[in-house]
Design a protein around this ligand. Structure first.
Ligand code: SF4
Ligand code: SF4
Length: 283
């Protein structure tokens, strides 16, 4: 099973037929099929923020512990925007969560597992405010589901796999990635600090919670006490706030009020600290 939900064109087993939501395709997967579990024996699965939220909650791990135990990092583009993939079992290509009975985390399986055997390609044309989605059939030789006598629309398949909720949850995050890609060289390589913040806000929710609880965040951003209290206890609310923060810090789409003059003061303090450090080194 191999899925990059943002750019399906790179996947070789994809048949070059573009499907819309109301187009039909032939496919069925069920426990009695001869290839049961085959698709989870060789995986290459990119994780989204909501995938991580669901899996870490199910496994009762902190985000950091989940990342350490169950993910491997990769770079999503030439600028080093960080991505995460699901870690395979030790010295194997199998998914860590695969059991003889099937997926061991089925109710909380990642978005890519839900989409299979469909591929999704989301695009945003330059200067367009909206994303366009297209679907493709992913046909791998080991998967016998394509020979089953069952036809459904893309819409019905998405519904049966619970994809809609996952896509809704990740929508703002995908918009950040698509905007970064569609802006291409015009915004250039993000700073190391921006890349770190992208990782924190995308994948390490507990670290992001510590980040917004720190006095330095409060110095710059005005978050109402009621909202702050919700962010401290509600992971989904925190994830959506993290996406707003990313849009604000990467693209200047301001939705979190900033205290007047706070950014300038912080930058001035940072330059002063840098200058002091330089003069100490020189001395
Ligand atoms: S999470 Fe479940 S469905 Fe996805 S690859 Fe692993 S075992 Fe298969
Ligand atoms: S039909 Fe395809 S998706 Fe279903 S178990 Fe077999 S290989 Fe996996």
């Amino acid at each position: 099973m191999s899925q990059d939900l943002c750019d399906a064109r790179s996947q070789s087993p994809i048949t070059p037929v573009q499907l819309g939501l109301d187009d039909s395709f032939q496919f069925a997967c069920h426990r009695g099929i001869a290839c049961f579990n085959k698709c989870c024996e060789s995986i290459d699965i990119q994780l989204t923020p909501y995938d991580i939220l669901r899996l870490k909650t199910r496994l009762q791990l902190s985000a950091r512990e989940f990342l350490f135990r169950h993910t491997v990092p990769f770079e999503m583009d030439a600028h080093g925007v960080p991505g995460l993939k699901l870690r395979t079992a030790e010295e194997s290509t199998r998914c860590q969560f695969l059991t003889d009975q099937g997926c061991g985390v089925y109710e909380d399986r990642p978005t890519a597992c839900r989409y299979y055997a469909l591929g999704l390609m989301s695009m945003r044309k330059k200067d367009s405010p909206v994303d366009e989605d297209a679907y493709f059939i992913v046909k791998e030789d080991h998967c016998l589901g394509h020979h089953e006598p069952h036809t459904q629309t893309v819409r019905a398949y998405r519904e049966s796999q619970g994809v809609d909720l996952y896509d809704d949850m990740n929508r703002q995050w995908r918009q950040v990635i698509l905007k970064k890609r569609s802006c291409g060289p015009t915004i250039g390589k993000p700073s190391d600090r921006s890349l770190q913040l992208f990782f924190l806000a995308s994948y390490d929710l507990d670290g992001f919670r510590d980040f917004i609880a720190a006095p330095s965040f409060d110095e710059v951003y005005e978050v109402a006490p009621q909202e702050r209290e919700q962010l401290m206890r509600d992971d989904v609310a925190l994830m959506h706030f993290a996406f707003r923060f990313l849009k604000q810090s990467l693209f200047g789409e301001n939705t979190i009020p900033e205290r007047p003059g706070a950014v300038e003061k912080r930058l001035a303090r940072r330059s002063q600290r840098t200058a002091e450090g330089a003069s100490e080194t020189a001395g």
